[in-house]
Design a protein around this ligand. Structure first.
Ligand code: FNR
Length: 366
């Protein structure tokens, strides 16, 4: 039953990617162009560090799958792509393994194929501390993701209908395990209030998992006989809205959901993300073009992210958070209603030092 669901998710998610309009709210964030801000490519690093974690690159393959024969093969290829490009990778939800340990190899392949990489185990918020530990142990995981997905569960025909215990369970797991704990949404977004609560619960970092890419309301509705939850398609906050909403949330944030290309990665980093994840788009590349296409895509994204940093004058991904940004359209209205002043974002590049150095050279007092 779970195996069938995992296969359904892959099929429906890839169909959705093929039909996606290509537009989302990342388009409402643009960089102010400074023609002399550029630096030398040889001075650019892609390394990122947050909450004691260091990644060679700020991009990761986010949680997807495992639990059936087909998804085990997908995990094998995802793991090889992660290994070949140095990109961290998360497993799909490990509930299938807890229910039926005979599918363990469809998850453990992530570690077998990628012995030295950064691997993240993924569980749901009803998992016991014991299961959380079993998930970590199976993957020799470097971190644990706990997904929170009330909208998906609500629309999923066989989904969970009891959510009240989730916060308490997250707190117990965060206190018990000895790897960093990341709580993530699956495409509906985490609000400022939620991220503050997660901080109080002892969570290490929040993966905002916003709207704009894979829509699990649509996927689960496609699995319902009557498809009678269509009105929930598009629910939630976009990833960029979440980034703006959680500027002072108190714990590091990761951004995922609707990340389409390296410019979206740069936009998310500029809005304060410590790392940026993508799922559905990478899955589509793998299923349409095979493993070599996915490796090529990941390599191109990393190469172009370094090129964008060079052009924007950001030596590190964290430096992008000093670039001037403009917020447009509905995203701007969201900020107004949530009390977020976007104007400082458009005038913060002085702190990067680029213009200070130029001013010194020219004696200008801009
Ligand atoms: C997912 N996602 C997901 N998330 C999670 O925490 N546990 C899971 O088991 C899954 N399963 C899953 C299957 C498939 C096929 C896809 C495409 C995605 C959600 C994923 O991690 C991510 O939050 C969303 O897909 C939004 O990101 P993208 O797809 O827009 O980049």
């Amino acid at each position: 039953m779970i195996g069938q669901r995992k296969d359904d998710h892959v099929r429906l998610a890839v169909d959705q990617q093929r039909q996606h309009s290509g537009h989302n709210q990342f388009d409402e964030v643009s960089f102010v162009h400074h023609a002399l801000a550029g630096i030398d490519r040889s001075d650019v690093s892609l390394a990122t560090a947050f909450a004691g974690i260091t990644w060679p690159v700020p991009l990761y393959i986010n949680a997807m799958t495992g639990g059936s024969e087909n998804t085990g093969l997908i995990n094998r290829d995802l793991a090889i792509a992660a290994r070949e490009t140095g990109v961290p990778i998360a497993s799909g939800s490990m509930s299938a393994y807890f229910k039926d340990p005979s599918c363990a190899d469809t998850f453990s392949v992530l570690r077998e194929q990628n012995p030295d990489g950064f691997v993240i185990a993924n569980i749901n918020a009803t998992a016991s501390v014991d299961k959380a530990q079993r998930g970590i142990d199976l993957l020799k995981a470097d971190a644990l993701q706990i997904h929170v997905n009330t909208v998906q569960e609500t629309v999923m025909p066989e989904g969970d209908r009891s959510f009240a215990a989730w916060a308490g369970q997250i707190e117990k797991i965060a206190a018990a395990v000895d790897v960093p704990v990341i709580v993530k949404e699956v495409g509906f977004g985490l609000s400022r209030e939620t991220v503050r609560l997660l901080k109080d619960l002892g969570v290490t970092a929040a993966d905002l998992g916003g709207r704009g890419g894979t829509d699990f309301a649509r996927i689960e509705n496609g699995r319902r006989e009557l498809a009678d939850y269509a009105y929930l398609h598009g629910w939630g906050q976009s990833t960029v809205a979440c980034l703006l909403d959680t500027q002072d949330a108190g714990i590091p944030v990761l951004a995922s959901g609707g990340v389409r290309h390296p410019l979206d990665v740069a936009r998310a980093l500029a809005l304060g993300a410590s790392g940026v994840g993508a799922s559905g788009g990478f899955l589509r590349t793998l299923l349409d073009g095979g493993l070599s296409a996915l490796i090529a895509q990941l390599s191109t994204w990393l190469d172009q992210l370094a090129a964008l940093q060079t052009m924007l004058g950001a030596r590190t991904p964290a430096d992008l958070a000093h670039c001037d940004l403009l917020i447009h359209g509905d995203l701007r209205s969201f900020c107004t209603d949530r009390g977020i002043d976007t104007r400082p974002l458009a005038r913060r590049s002085g702190s990067l030092g680029t213009f200070d150095a130029l001013d010194e050279m020219t004696g200008s007092t801009r």
